[in-house]
Design a protein around this ligand. Structure first.
Ligand code: ADP
Ligand code: MG
Length: 339
């Protein structure tokens, strides 16, 4: 996953929540985690609680990174992947939880979102470093070592079994949303519910700022210099945007994203970005990645058929530099204003 990349404000979204109310005060805390900056904005009724609450929230994110990072060979995820195939490994409840969610989304998206694409993703990372497309043989081998149907989860024993040799898991498409959501819960446990946790393009939103109906989210999916920003007003929801604005490679005149297409083993080339508003930040993160892989008609069907209310906004960059966006699905209760 892309945790080494430390971009600020992926995809150029801006969250503004300034209010005319004198109290409670708006406080903001920023720390680097998971290769990006996590930003916590909160309006505590008792400001004395804020610092300790933010500290606990960041500590939770750091603890989740120690479980889920694929850049740290000692993480629980990497230790799991180092086991011989066909070995049932007992894992933490957090790792089991995120893998269960990932597998459910893989099923729903027919593998467009698939955390077992680790070998394909690391091969693609090499391409982004070296600017040389992978050989056919390397791509075939990486795809052969991937596939969500070769990952077995047993809820009774809370064990995970990787069924193929050389399998590797990559949680880069879901872990930031999961961590943002977990951090928001920690803030609530400290009595602070009017809060937002933002991990570049992945946002977990709690109660709105005092006196407001929601958090104002400004989306610039292709960067702040392109197109008119889209405004969302959202509370009690997750909002994630996936696109190639910051992490891409251009080879032979073709621009490839850091999201890989399991059909080809290569980075995506479609000039789109996707925003998902979902009841939870974990779901929003995973679906934004999934809907980037799916063709827009399939993303629309996924949004319309989803048992949870999800709003999918597909942003398209046209050849002449103009942009347009189309929205699908059912707005979650917290999505107060939508294009
Ligand atoms: P970002 O990391 O920029 O917020 P995403 O949430 O879309 O963007 O996640 C992209 C990351 O997800 C990649 O860097 C990689 O680690 C992982 N990934 C790439 N392709 C897929 C895929 N098809 N399914 C699941 N995860 C993927
Ligand atoms: Mg994602």
């Amino acid at each position: 996953m892309s945790w080494k990349h430390a971009a600020v404000g992926l995809l150029g979204f801006i969250v503004t929540a300034s209010s005319n109310f004198a109290a409670p005060e708006r406080l903001e805390y920023i720390e680097p985690h998971m290769g990006t900056l996590f930003r916590i904005v909160l309006y505590p009724s008792d400001p004395a609680l804020a610092k300790a609450a933010a500290r606990a929230a960041f500590d939770r994110i750091a603890a989740l990174n120690r479980i889920m990072s694929d850049y740290d060979s000692s993480s629980e995820l990497m230790r799991l992947c180092a086991q011989p195939p066909n070995t049932a490994v007992a894992v933490s409840s957090e790792l089991f939880d995120i893998l269960q969610l990932s597998q459910a989304i893989a099923e729903k998206t027919h593998g467009a979102f698939d955390v077992t694409l680790g070998p394909v993703i690391s091969l693609w990372r090499e391409t982004r470093r070296t600017h040389a497309l992978p050989t056919e043989a390397a791509r075939t081998a990486a795809l052969h070592a991937s596939g969500f149907r070769h990952l077995r989860l047993d809820p009774l024993t809370r064990t995970v079994t990787l069924l193929r040799p050389n399998m590797a898991l990559d949680l880069g498409g879901i872990a930031k949303g999961y961590a943002a959501e977990a951090a928001l819960s920690v803030l609530a446990q400290h009595g602070i519910t009017s809060a937002m946790v933002a991990a570049s393009g992945d946002l977990a939103l709690g109660d709105p700022p005092p006196g407001k109906t929601g958090w104002k989210i400004e989306l610039n999916p292709f960067g702040s210099t392109t197109g008119t920003p889209l405004i969302l007003i959202v509370a009690h929801a997750g909002v994630s945007t996936s696109g190639d604005t910051e992490q891409f490679v251009t080879l032979g005149g073709v621009r490839y994203s850091h999201i890989v297409d399991p059909a080809t083993g290569l980075g995506l080339t479609r000039p789109t970005a996707v925003t998902v508003v979902a009841p939870h930040a974990t779901l929003a993160d995973a679906l934004a990645t999934a809907c980037s892989v799916l063709v827009p008609a399939a993303a629309q069907q996924l949004a319309n058929d989803s048992t949870e209310s999800v709003r999918v906004i597909v942003h398209q960059r046209n050849a002449d530099g103009s942009t347009r966006s189309a929205s699908f699905g059912h707005a979650p209760a917290g999505l107060i204003f939508t294009p």
